[in-house]
Design a protein around this ligand. Structure first.
Ligand code: ZN
Length: 254
């Protein structure tokens, strides 16, 4: 007989995720045999590897590649904020070199908000799942999505299933999840194209300003890529709202 009896326990958020998958797909049958890695067993329950923080087999920490060969007790824990993607860990030996996001179309509105807070963020609603996975690997990004199947792809080492549905709360969730509140740099990145904003003298752009902006604002920045002009008033209002949302943010409890 090739089947290994397993005592599997999912914890915290992962329990809610499994319930959600069962509601949508019914009961799943995991492929429990002697050649299945623990990663494949976990994912057969509908939980993407990107959501897993640690795995214990008979109280010992193991990696995703671990193969269970005897009757075992397996505990699977979710990632716990703040998640540091810049340091290696047992499940993700190669950390990211920088904080960089790739946004799936199902949470597309997060893009402008992340850029407004100064985070490098790539987005194109045309990108399909296979391309997103390729890019997450090639550009070394954290993929943000609400697509569980996409997050299961092997090429995606760092991904996050976005729990909140309102974009302002989604931004607060991401900043909280990755512990990024001290890395917020408003007025530094273009919301439209991800380019860097460079200070520009008012005189240089005065003919491109609306009369009221020309009258009331003195400090301007211009996108080094698409040339969009920003002034502190426009950004300050939006940023104030974001910081308020962030200070009031309480993560969803499962
Ligand atoms: Zn731009």
């Amino acid at each position: 007989m090739d089947i290994v009896p397993l005592d599997l326990h999912f914890h915290g958020w992962l329990t809610a995720l499994i319930q959600r998958v069962r509601r949508e797909n019914g009961l799943l049958t995991p492929p429990l045999n002697r050649r299945t890695s623990i990663k494949d067993i976990i994912e057969s329950f509908g939980v993407p590897h990107t959501e897993v923080g640690s795995i214990q087999v008979n109280r010992h920490l193991v990696s995703f590649a671990h193969i269970i060969e005897e009757e075992s007790s397996v505990e699977i824990f979710p990632l716990q904020p703040p998640v540091n993607v810049l340091a290696p860990c047992l499940l993700r030996a190669k950390p990211l070199a920088a904080i960089r996001f790739l946004v799936d179309a199902n949470v597309g509105k997060l893009t402008g908000k992340l850029r407004m807070a100064g985070f490098e963020t790539f987005y194109d609603p045309q990108w399909q799942d296979a391309e997103l996975a390729e890019m997450a690997e090639k550009w070394q990004c954290i993929l943000l999505s609400r697509d569980l199947q996409l997050l299961k792809r092997k090429k995606i080492a760092f991904g996050h299933f976005v729990r909140e549905s309102l974009p302002a709360k989604q931004l607060a969730e991401v900043i909280h999840f990755y512990g990024l509140s001290d890395k917020i740099r408003p007025f530094s990145r273009c919301m439209h194209c991800n380019g860097h904003l460079i200070a520009v003298p008012k005189q240089e752009i005065i003919d491109q300003l609306e009369p009221l902006t020309r009258k009331y604002y003195y400090s301007f920045r211009r996108c080094s890529s698409c040339k969009q002009i920003y002034w502190s008033g426009s950004h300050r209002q939006a940023m104030k709202k974001t910081l308020k949302e962030l200070s009031q943010y309480r993560p969803l409890v499962y």
